[in-house]
Structure formats: C-alpha cells, structure tokens
Design a protein around this ligand. Structure first.
Ligand code: M7G
Length: 272
C-alpha cells in the first residue's frame, strides 16, 4: 500500500489517498491468462521464469480509499515510521494514556453516523438494537466485498461509554457474548464463512475510542492482527469471566510510532 499527500482544492488542504491492488478473484484467472496482453520476460533459468504482465483494465483494478480533508493525525497514521513497543501498566493508563485520549482522540462521528443510520445504512449486515447489549455489524472500510479472501467486518456497539479494552469489566459480558455469537451467525448466513475461519478481535490501542470488534478471514493477514495489537474476543470474554477487573489490573503491550504524540507522553514520563 502506498500513500500520497495531494492538494485537492488549493493551499493547505491535504488528502490521504491509499492505493491498494485488490486480491485476485479465482474465477477471473483464466481470463487473465487468455486475454492478449504484454508479457515481459524478466528472467529465465532452467525451468524457472518470471514475467511482468500488463492485464487489461477490467482485470487490474486498484482500490483507492480517500480521506479528505485529512487531519495531520490521519497523515501521520499513514506515514511510515519507526515503531516501539510500550508496556502500559494500569497506572500508566490512568496517568498518561487516559488524559491523552481525552485531549485528542480521533473524531468518532463516522461511528455515530452508522449507529444513527445516517451513513452506510444499506451496508448493515446485522443489528441487535438493544441500547446496552446491542451492536451494528458492517463491512469494514478496508473491504470491498468482491472476494471473501480478505473478508473484514466491524461490529460497533450501541453504548457510547466504552472507550476500549481497558474499560471492560464483567458487566459487559452479555454485550461481548452477543457480538461474538450473533456476529458469527450473521457472517456464516450472509457470506458462508464458518466461525472456525474467522479471527474475531479487539485492538489495543484502537484508533477510535468507541468499542468495536474486528471480524477478519483467518487466512487474511489483516493489518493490526499481530500479537502486539490484537486481543481475541473469546479470550477477552474468558478473562473477564475469571476476573471482572482483569483489564484494570494487567499491563498491556502495544506498538507506537516514534512520531505519535502518545509516544512522546510515555517518553516524557520516563516510561521508555
Ligand atoms: P481501530 O482498531 O480503531 O483502528 O479500527 P485501525 O484503523 O488503526 O485498525 C477501526 C476500524 O474501523 C478499522 O478497521 C477501519 O478500517 C474501520 N473504519 C474506519 N472508518 C473511518 C470507517 C468508516 O467510515 N466506515 C467503516 N465501515 N469502517 C471504518
């Protein structure tokens, strides 16, 4: 994936444009090899060859995601940077992370728009309308829904008072169990993907501090699905069932880029 900074409407207005080559759709591969196209031989050695193919436009589409107007934080998010692991204790959370979240988290208007049916209404895959234990399941911005290989949905809870994993207690178990159970059922029903082939997890830290759960295809190496950021929902549920204060007691590890303001806060507090 690549990014660019472009001015769309004059001075000082930035957009983030993310260009991604979409995965191959298996049924289109015969077409890809059949249609006349440029095939440039790069290397040939014994039984091994590499070619560069230039497929016709309908077989070489690129997905473009645009954030416009983009804030400085959006731009920073997509710039490549040195990354460090932070080990955040509960004290660190209270003294460093929480004040930081209150001061400058991303706007979550897009989440409210989905919950209030002001945006993406026709994309809703499942909803449990209960105000405290309900949620909305929609395809994630990152998934174009053309193929199941990179299936990616997101469950947004109706309640607005849970910022992240750190706020969860046993009180939230009915909500989390609904998300897990109903999310799996809705995905098998709509897309035919069984729950044994889904990775269902929360991010810590998230980018958006309104509780949400990621559902991705197990075979897809989704960005943010690595051990330092992803917490499987089934494990979260078990941990909370064992100890209601589990996430207010233990240290949590997460990666931060060196240019992120939260990284600087941890540095200033002498925690690195
Ligand atoms: P996160 O864990 O807060 O942060 O996940 P991340 O973006 O660093 O992973 C938020 C998730 O919401 C991501 O998977 C985004 O792709 C997705 N997302 C973000 N926005 C702004 C939208 C949106 O407007 N619509 C939908 N459907 N998904 C979004």
């Amino acid at each position: 994936f690549i990014f660019q900074r472009i001015g769309l409407s004059g001075e000082g207005t930035d957009a983030v444009v993310i260009l991604e080559k979409t995965p191959f759709q298996e049924e289109k591969i015969p077409d890809l090899l059949k249609k006349p196209m440029n095939a440039e031989l790069q290397m040939h050695n014994d039984i091994y060859c590499t070619f560069y193919l230039s497929p016709p436009p309908e077989l070489s589409e690129i997905k473009a995601t645009v954030v416009y107007p983009a804030t400085e934080k959006h731009i920073q998010k997509y710039l490549r940077q040195e990354v460090h692991l932070i080990r955040e204790t509960w004290e660190d959370y209270k003294n460093i992370t929480l004040p930081f979240i209150h001061s400058q988290s991303f706007s979550i208007q897009w989440v409210y728009n989905i919950l209030e049916k002001k945006a993406e209404t026709d994309r809703i895959v499942h909803e449990n309308p209960d105000p405290s234990n309900g949620f909305v399941l929609v395809p994630d911005l990152k998934w174009n829904q053309n193929q199941l290989e990179d299936l990616y949905l997101i469950a947004l809870v109706h309640r607005r008072d849970i910022k992240s994993l750190r706020d969860l207690t046993a009180e939230h178990l009915p909500l989390l169990r609904n998300v897990l159970q109903e999310g799996k059922e809705a995905i098998v029903k709509r897309f035919g993907v069984p729950s044994s082939q889904l990775r269902i997890y929360l991010h810590y830290q998230p980018s958006y501090y309104h509780l949400h759960v990621h559902f991705t295809a197990l075979g897809y190496d989704a960005p943010g699905s690595s051990v330092e950021r992803a917490h499987l929902l089934a494990d979260v549920i078990d941990n909370l069932a064992m100890d209601s204060m589990y996430y207010q007691k233990r240290a949590l590890t997460f990666p931060l880029r060196a240019d992120e303001p939260l990284f600087k806060k941890f540095q200033e507090a002498g925690r690195l």
